[in-house]
Design a protein around this ligand. Structure first.
Ligand SMILES: *[C@@H]1O[C@H](CO)[C@@H](O)[C@H](O)[C@H]1NC(C)=O
Ligand SMILES: *[C@@H]1O[C@H](CO)[C@@H](O)[C@H](O)[C@H]1NC(C)=O
Length: 466
């Protein structure tokens, strides 16, 4: 054999041997599913866990460790930081932590290959990197733009044990963020990692945003659970006020409200632009008294007309009725259920912090929950101008021991406030605010196609309730 051939031959051998030894053992990984306790969501997390175990069996590998965060009862675990101390204490011998959602699809062998290419003795974290094109309201208009990367959580992200332990050490020194609001977990967690360790997220394209053959992970699109929820089952309450009757109500009536739905408009006045409005207290900010009055009125309507669900939306919330109905097929309207987009208030404060469903994205409540909230003395507003969503869909739910269900398909902001890749990985249900978009175009671009199966309303809406 000639020397050069011989060397090539040896190089091949050593290459094969190298990949072989660097293949990560599956029991060196802890998979943390950021799960929720509501039945549908918990069932998906359980399914994912079983599926990973089956894959490990088929590969004749040890089982990876799997944690369902909702079972830990760690307050605010959805913001990730509160989990780190627990994880570093509980799994000192693993090399990697992999965080994902209940709808993340994991191909275990490919994931182990991806992780095996990195050195877990170093400060490393990796994911599908998102970045802002422009400063955005959901990131407090921070000026980082492209330089600052944060992971797409539905694709999952991995962190070396080394990095996780050093973050945990920072937390024990009280170095976690003390921001009042938790809005976008991924962005805020990446900020925490960068400011405490200087470590930047590594972009790994095999942690995909949409499924492809070489993906190690990708987010599963939502599928409805049945076809059982129709417009007959739901009442839509639109929160408005006289000064917006002229420019916002016509937009609603020509977009999502043009279908044959049960809709009530709740305002401080009925005028020629909105004769059918229910009159509710006039609040200039916070709107607790107003939203409470809407719940009281809606409770009567739900009872009288036998509706299962109440959707409360702002007069500048634009959404897909069909996607909303599809989502509701996965929840039981006889239970106490609230669904929307979860934000947090002072989540780091173990005693006074809480989560709430942010109002502008739209909030859906099951009928029994609406009736319960307005029972005397349970959720009365501290003042007329208390922020309505924080009180009624936050503190009040906490008091009732109802954990609001977070759906990332609801959006408190406009499409341009989110990265393209993020929106490409899901089918959005709602957007909010008419600041720099033409709302009719927004409806047509995002929702008109899927909603067109609905019958149109044939008569002008009348004030028929009560
Ligand atoms: C992994 O990183 C550690 C710490 O930097 C280093 O000592 C070790 O040699 C690295 N291992 C490999 C296989 O590169
Ligand atoms: C409600 O309050 C706003 C702002 O204070 C005021 O302009 C408006 O006239 C009030 N509406 C009614 C019906 O009193």
């Amino acid at each position: 054999m000639e020397l050069s051939t011989h060397l090539t031959f040896l190089a091949c051998i050593s290459f094969i041997a190298n990949t072989d030894t660097s293949t990560l053992e599956s029991d060196k990984v802890t998979i943390v599913i950021l799960s929720q306790k509501e039945g549908y969501n918990a069932a998906h997390a359980d399914y994912l866990k079983e599926n990973i175990y089956e894959q490990a069996d088929a590969l004749e590998k040890e089982l990876p460790h799997i944690v369902l965060s909702h079972k830990l009862n760690i307050k605010g675990s959805w913001t990730i930081v509160p989990l780190l101390t627990y994880l570093s204490g509980e799994f000192p011998d693993v090399e990697w932590f992999f965080f994902c959602l209940e709808n993340t699809v994991i191909r275990l062998e490919k994931l182990l290959d991806v992780l095996g290419k990195f050195n877990s003795s170093q400060d490393v974290w990796m994911g599908y990197a998102l970045y802002d094109r422009e400063p955005t309201i959901i990131h407090h208009f921070a000026q980082h733009t492209k330089k600052f990367k944060y992971p797409h959580i539905a694709s999952g992200f991995a962190m070396s044990v080394t990095l996780l332990k050093s973050l945990s050490k920072q937390i024990s020194k009280g170095k976690e963020s003390k921001a009042d609001f938790s809005i976008d977990v991924s962005y805020e967690f990446a900020t925490f990692v960068l400011s405490n360790t200087g470590v930047k997220l590594i972009h790994v394209s095999k942690l995909c945003i949409v499924s492809a053959s070489d993906c190690a992970t990708y987010p599963r699109f939502f599928h409805s659970c049945s076809s059982s929820v129709t417009p007959k089952n739901i009442y839509f309450a639109v929160k408005t006020c006289a000064k917006f009757h002229l420019d916002r109500i016509p937009v609603i009536k020509k977009s999502w409200a043009k279908y044959d739905l049960n809709i009530g408009y709740f305002s401080d006045a009925a005028d020629k632009n909105l004769r059918e409005a229910y009159i509710v207290p006039n609040t200039t900010k916070g709107h607790c008294a107003k939203t409470y009055a809407i719940l009281q009125q809606a409770s009567k309507i739900l009872k009288r007309r036998n509706f299962d669900w109440l959707a409360i939306v702002d007069d500048d919330t634009i959404f897909s009725v069909v996607r909303l109905l599809n989502l509701l097929t996965c929840y039981n309207p006889k239970h106490l259920v609230a669904i929307g987009e979860r934000y947090g208030f002072r989540i780091w404060d173990r005693h006074h912090g809480y989560q709430y469903l942010t109002g502008g994205a739209g909030v859906v409540l099951s009928a029994p929950l609406v009736h319960l909230i307005i029972e005397p003395g349970i959720c009365t507003c501290p003042s007329a101008t208390t922020p309505d969503d924080m009180h009624l869909f936050g503190l009040c739910l906490l008091r009732l021991r109802v954990e609001g269900v977070h759906s990332p398909m609801f959006h408190q902001a406009q499409p341009m406030d989110y990265p393209y890749a993020y929106l490409a990985s899901q089918e959005p249900i709602s957007f909010h605010r008419f600041w720099s978009v033409d709302p009719k175009t927004m409806y047509n671009d995002w929702f008109a196609e899927v909603d067109k199966v609905l019958p149109l309303a044939d008569t002008p809406l009348k004030h028929t309730e009560l």
